[in-house]
Design a protein around this ligand. Structure first.
Ligand code: AKG
Ligand code: FE2
Length: 319
């Protein structure tokens, strides 16, 4: 997680200019050009069958506008609600510690020239488990809610957060294009304000210059791409969408993404597992435990999770 400063629309135009240059590449290089960006569909009153068939199975992103129709959070969650009840919670960003109350003040004063620290993200189960009931019911990206299945104790999700709240202000950005840890599918719901998303399909990983420390994170500074150092990034072609209050964006495993914020913004993120990302997830869990120098547990966990995967596949086939 990193923090950058964004200087607004000028930078956006630079990115877009770089992107449009990819349309003018002659000769052989034209094969590098990414497919023309489709728009992300916006749907409501979507049946489970259509959701699975049109978005989950083919691993296409979608914005669903009515997941939150019955969420108490949409009425209850205000800046004052968090300032009064949870203002004391502290988080360190960029080496400095802020309380949530301070962050909320900074969020309201935030501007592209002086953005509030971001991401100010807090794990819901750790800091406010009592709020999960306000952030429900969910639409599950998959047939079963595998992340919460009794066969999958929470420690198998170590290496990611399952439920998170993100507090951000105008001009802030999630700066590094990345795809999510443990190869999860992800949804982000706007509870207050809107957020702009830049999504790149998995095959555009070849333009991303993954960092040597973390292959899921691009080295390119998204808001100020250094195209001399990272020329292929000019070929990356994002799908861009602004997700508004009450809307939820779902994006599948492996989709690279970054965000920009244009107004005080509170988002709720959560992750999903299903048959489509299970084997990548199991590989990542093993890598996580190996990195923690626990190779014995890594192989036991791998064998266990592969077995769980087979049981859940079967269970889902019978649904
Ligand atoms: O909501 C955002 O700003 C992006 C969050 C994100 O991509 C992440 O936490 O992995
Ligand atoms: Fe992410």
């Amino acid at each position: 997680m990193l923090r950058i400063r964004v200087t607004g629309d000028r930078e956006h135009s630079r990115i877009m200019e770089a992107v449009s240059r990819s349309d003018r590449v002659p000769g052989d290089e034209s094969t590098l050009r990414a497919a023309a960006p489709a728009t992300i569909e916006r749907r409501s009153r979507l049946s489970t069958a259509e959701f699975l068939e049109r978005y989950v199975l083919p691993q296409r992103p979608v914005i669903v506008t009515d997941v939150t129709a019955d969420w108490p959070a949409m009425r209850r969650f205000t800046w004052d609600f968090f300032r009064e009840r949870y203002g004391h919670i502290e988080k360190t960003i960029g080496g400095r510690s802020y309380t949530l109350a301070q962050a909320i003040d900074l969020i309201h004063a935030s501007s592209p020239g002086n953005p509030a620290p971001y991401p100010f993200n807090l794990n819901v189960e750790t800091y406010f488990p009592e709020l999960l009931a306000d952030l429900a019911p969910h639409r599950i990206y998959g047939r079963l809610d595998r992340v919460n299945h009794p066969l999958l104790p929470r420690f198998f999700m170590r290496g990611t957060e399952v439920y998170e709240l993100f507090f951000g202000g105008r001009g802030a950005s999630f700066p590094r294009v990345h795809y999510d840890a443990l190869c999860t599918h992800t949804s982000i719901t706007q509870v207050i304000g809107s957020k702009e998303f830049f999504l790149y399909p998995p095959d555009q990983g070849r333009f991303m210059y993954p960092s040597p420390e973390n292959a899921k994170t691009s080295q390119v500074d998204f808001a100020h791409p250094d195209l001399e150092r990272f020329p292929m990034f000019a070929f990356a072609t994002p799908m861009v969408a602004t997700v508004g209050p009450g809307e939820t964006i779902f994006f599948p495993m492996g989709w690279w993404h970054a965000t920009r914020i244009h107004e005080p913004c509170l988002s709720f993120g959560r992750v999903y597992l299903d048959g489509g990302n299970w084997s990548r997830y199991v590989g990542d869990v093993q890598a996580y435990w190996k990195q923690g120098r626990n190779p014995w547990f890594a192989s036991v966990a791998g064998a266990y999770l592969r077995g769980v995967g087979r049981i859940l596949d079967l269970r889902e086939r019978l649904m």
